[in-house]
Design a protein around this ligand. Structure first.
Ligand code: MN
Length: 290
C-alpha cells in the first residue's frame, strides 16, 4: 500500500514502518497499538492508552497479529462478532526500532521511536517477567515527555470523528436518506466523475436569509471528493484524478462511516495564523513522496 507522505516528513519510508493506534469501543473501550513487523501488525491492547508521563507505565496485553491492510480500518464491527463496536484510527505514522525488533520481541523488550500525529519520541514496550501476554508501555525521557493527565485529542486522525461520533454517523446518514426519499429523490449511484462543482454566482447586493450559511472564500484546489467502492477518490475541476497526490485525504475519505459519499469542497493548506496559503498548497501538491 502507498503510505507516503507520512507525518514527520523528511524520513524515507525505508527507515521505519507503519504504526497504527486504533481506539476500539468494544465491551470496554481500549487502544490497540499495532507495529508493522515481518509483514504483519504486531498488536497490543492498551486498556488506558499511552501516557507521555514516564512514571505512568501502561499495561499492554500482547494480542494476535493483524494484517497490514487492517491498519486503515475504521468502522463499526457488528454485534455478535468478536470485538463488536466502533473502531477509529486514533493515531498513525512511523515507528523506528532503536534495537533489533525481532530479537526484542523474543526477549520481551522493544525500544523504539514513534513519529505519529499524537505519539512522538522514544518509547519502550517491556514484557512483565513470568507473564504470558502482559507487557508495559512506557514513555522514555526526551523532549516529548509530558507529566500529568493525558490530554490527547480523541478524534480519529483519518476521519476526524470520535468513536462515539462514528457510531452516530450511521444514523445521521439514515436521516439524510429519509429526507431525500420524502423529497422524491431517485435512488441511483452518484459517481465523483459525474458531479460538477457548485459554482458561485454574482449578486447585486449581499443578503442574509434563512437556510443560508456563509463561509470564507478559500484559496485552494477545488475538488470533488468521494468514497467509492471502499476507496477515497479526488477529482479536479478539469476531471483529473488527484487521488495519488493527496493519499492522506483519500484515506480520510475511505474512513468516513458511509458506504458511498460525494463531497464538493476545497483543499487548502493553512499557515501559522490559520489562513489558507495557496503557495503552501502548491508546494504540497508537488510532493510525490515523504
Ligand atoms: Mn481491540
Amino acid at each position: 500500500t502507498d503510505r507516503t507522505p507520512e507525518p514527520g516528513g523528511g524520513v524515507s519510508p525505508a527507515s521505519g514502518s507503519l504504526v497504527v493506534v486504533h481506539k476500539h469501543a468494544a465491551t470496554r473501550t481500549h487502544y490497540d497499538l499495532r507495529l508493522e513487523l515481518e509483514g504483519v501488525l504486531k498488536s497490543w491492547a492498551v486498556p488506558k492508552g499511552a501516557s507521555r508521563d514516564p512514571a505512568e507505565k501502561r499495561l499492554a496485553v500482547h494480542v494476535e497479529d493483524h494484517p497490514i491492510e487492517y491498519g486503515d480500518f475504521e468502522g463499526v464491527i457488528p454485534e455478535g462478532n468478536y470485538g463488536a463496536g466502533a473502531v477509529i484510527v486514533w493515531d498513525r505514522g512511523q515507528w523506528i526500532p532503536i534495537e533489533d525488533p525481532i530479537e526484542g520481541l523474543q526477549k520481551g523488550k522493544l525500544l523504539f521511536e514513534l513519529k505519529g500525529y499524537k505519539l512522538r519520541g522514544r518509547w519502550t514496550l517491556v514484557k512483565i517477567k513470568k507473564s504470558e501476554k502482559d507487557w508495559l508501555l512506557i514513555k522514555e525521557r526526551d523532549g516529548w515527555v509530558k507529566a500529568g493527565e493525558d490530554d490527547f485529542a480523541q478524534e480519529s486522525v483519518l476521519s476526524g470523528l470520535t468513536v462515539e461520533e462514528l457510531e452516530e454517523g450511521r444514523s445521521r446518514a439514515d436521516e439524510v436518506r429519509e429526507a431525500l426519499e420524502e423529497l422524491g429523490a431517485k435512488r441511483r449511484v452518484v459517481r465523483a466523475r459525474d458531479v460538477e462543482a457548485m459554482l458561485a454566482e454574482t449578486r447585486e447586493k449581499p443578503f442574509t436569509r434563512q437556510g443560508w450559511i456563509y463561509e470564507l472564500k478559500y484559496d485552494g484546489y477545488r475538488m470533488i471528493a468521494a468514497k467509492e467502492d471502499g476507496a477515497g477518490v479526488l477529482i479536479t475541476r478539469n476531471g483529473n484524478d488527484a487521488t495519488a497526490t493527496f493519499p492522506e485525504i483519500a484515506r480520510a475519505l475511505a474512513a468516513l462511516p458511509y458506504a458511498r459519499i460525494v463531497l464538493d469542497g476545497e483543499i487548502v493548506v493553512a499557515d501559522e495564523t490559520g489562513r489558507p496559503s495557496f503557495q503552501r498548497l502548491q508546494r504540497r501538491g508537488r510532493l510525490t513522496r515523504a
